[in-house]
Design a protein around this ligand. Sequence first.
Ligand SMILES: Cc1cc2nc3c(=O)[nH]c(=O)nc-3n(C[C@H](O)[C@H](O)[C@H](O)COP(=O)(O)O)c2cc1C
Length: 176
Amino acid sequence: MKTIVVYTSQTGFTRRYAGWLAEKTGADLKDLSEAKKMDFGGYDAIVYGGWACAGNISKLSWFKGNLAKWEGKKLAVFCVGGSPMESPDIQPALHKLFTEEEQKKVGIFYCPGGFDYEKMSAPSRMMMKMFIKALKAKKDKTPDDEEMIRMISGSYDISDPKYIEPIISYLAGEVQ
Ligand SMILES: Cc1cc2nc3c(=O)[nH]c(=O)nc-3n(C[C@H](O)[C@H](O)[C@H](O)COP(=O)(O)O)c2cc1C
């Protein structure tokens, strides 16, 4: 099965997961800017990885915009975010980004990445600063809120190659 992994990454976590996936599956690996110029006709499977941004997946519109063209191919999306794998909000939030029809055609996965404030763009850093400020100002903060403030106030890395295993199984046709 000829597979390609396309990714968008700002600070490197999604690129790292895409690289692990390509290495493990023997897939081609392309940054979205290069992939946009390509013809995907020769691929049996297309995987797109984008980072979580305010409840969305960066550049998911590119992937969705091509779905009709990719009828019959094995398709998957993985989202890399700062939330830990155990976070209960992840799966419902991710599935909300896809229609029921799209969910039948696309395998949807999450991989925890982290935060790297040194590599982050100035606008992203500013958005995070505002988000943390709003969270700190919240009345009746839950323990989860407190934990989130503590976590996202500095850089951290919770990425691990073990999180690509479900994507590999899906591509191999074992589970969805
Ligand atoms: C502006 C902004 C919004 C973000 N929103 C989310 C989010 O909604 N959920 C989440 O889990 N992580 C969120 N993150 C964290 C990133 O998805 C995380 O740092 C990810 O590992 C970045 O991937 P990259 O290194 O490939 O750019 C956000 C980060 C920024 C800068």
